[in-house]
Design a protein around this ligand. Structure first.
Ligand code: ATP
Ligand code: MG
Length: 391
């Protein structure tokens, strides 16, 4: 008996996309996720990806990693055997023995995609169900809400036996829809925004603005840690860190305090757009949520958008903080996000920011600055870091 993990691709996600290209990206992402835990053969057939260890491998860890790979609707750890009913019976009884002993109710499900197999599905269910009942007489059959479902899949390469399947990460494979430039602060919202867009197929290019000495090396390290956590879902992230101190000081010196945050955010958008375009991104991503703070009102967002040269995706725009936090906890970024290091946005905050700014007034205020020189200066000193998934 060989153990094989089957990844079931969501049929809905496949629709409209080039299935084979989609599966290639998914397989590449799965291969990457398993890179450091063993040697695996990964192949696809019938909307399913087969992940089979060559030699020994930590299959529990492999399942944990693969649970985070986008594009997988469900996954199951299976025993692959010959398409022989006697062997199917023996294996189902042994391989799923612990689950069946622990369960009170069960049912058998058969999927026969290889129509040459001599028994039809209802026959497999009946015969195997009877055999398992004789082996584990405490069990009761419950076809509607069984505690354990014994699944027999008769496929091209063999018969596969497994118990309950586990929900996958859903979405579509990260990287299959292009690259998005994620403006990532050390906060709670932007890592969640990156996760959500990677789940819709974007590879993530991280862009972080740092203002040393107002922001510390700890604050930067926090962003690196967040990217590391995120990369378990998104795959490798390149992170560009932009020095922002001079720009913030200039705004502070030359512009009205009430516009400080918005002028700063417009600089961020413009610099991020240029970096994103240079790095083949088709969109920017932020963690903005409508009305969360003064710079995220409808009018403020319009002013920020006017400085962006790419579409700006804000996947958490309509979410409450509590909902965002729930995702942050689930993807394990929350505890890092709440570490108390200053972000450049919190260093220079006006006491009374404008909540209904008008673009014309901002443009007027920005005339006091040499925008182009400041942007060029910042872009000349960007530092890049490649962040690989690690635990
Ligand atoms: P977050 O929790 O992600 O920090 P926030 O609620 O603190 O968001 P803001 O600080 O107003 O909100 O920032 C809004 C968005 O602007 C962030 O979600 C992020 O996309 C971007 N942003 C803010 N600060 C930075 C920064 N230092 N570098 C890069 N992007 C930033
Ligand atoms: Mg923030």
């Amino acid at each position: 008996m060989k153990e094989v993990i089957l990844l079931k691709c969501g049929e809905i996600a496949l629709r409209g996309l080039n299935r084979s290209a989609f599966e290639q990206v998914l397989m590449k992402n799965a291969r990457r996720a398993l890179k450091d835990i063993g040697n695996f053969e990964i192949k696809s057939a019938q909307s399913t990806i087969y992940v089979q260890p060559k030699g020994s491998a930590d299959m529990d860890e492999a399942m944990n990693r693969l649970k985070k790979v986008f594009g997988v609707a469900a996954l199951c750890r299976t025993a692959q055997i010959a398409k022989d009913f006697e062997e199917i019976k023996q294996t189902a009884g042994d391989y799923l023995g612990a689950n069946l002993r622990a369960a009170g109710t069960f049912k058998v499900e058969a999927k026969r995609s290889d129509k040459r197999f001599p028994m039809i599905s209802p026959e497999i269910c009946r015969e195997l169900g009877g055999y398992l009942l004789s082996l584990y007489p405490h069990l009761k059959v419950d076809v509607h809400h069984p505690e354990e479902t014994v699944v027999v899949e008769i496929r091209d390469f063999g018969a596969y036996i497994h118990g309950n399947q586990i929900p996958g990460a859903g979405g579509i494979p990260a990287g299959s829809a292009g690259i998005g430039g994620l403006l990532i602060s050390g906060g709670i919202d932007s890592p969640v925004a990156g996760y959500m867009m990677a789940r819709r197929g974007l590879e993530i290019f991280g862009i972080h603005f740092a203002s040393p000495p107002y922001t510390s090396e700890h604050a930067h390290q926090k962003v690196v840690s967040l990217c590391q956590k995120l990369s378990l879902y998104t795959g490798r992230i390149s992170l560009a860190t932009v020095p922002f101190t001079h720009i913030q000081e200039e705004i502070g010196k030359r512009c009205p305090e009430e516009y400080f945050t918005l002028i700063m955010r417009r600089f961020m958008m413009e610099i991020a757009s240029r970096l994103a375009v240079d790095n083949d991104c088709g969109a920017l991503i932020t963690g903005e949520s409508l009305g969360q703070v003064a710079s995220q009102t409808l009018q403020a967002l319009a002013c920020t958008d006017a400085a962006a040269a790419l579409p700006v995706f804000r996947p958490v725009i309509g979410m409450d903080k509590e909902d965002i936090i729930e995702i942050a906890r689930r993807i394990d970024t929350f505890e890092t996000s709440i570490l108390p290091y200053e972000d450049c946005c919190t260093v220079f905050t006006p006491k009374h920011p404008r909540t209904r700014p008008q673009l014309a007034m901002l443009l007027e205020a920005e005339k006091a600055l040499d925008r182009e020189a400041l942007i060029s200066e910042a872009l000349c000193s960007v530092e890049f870091l490649g962040i690989e998934p690690s635990l």
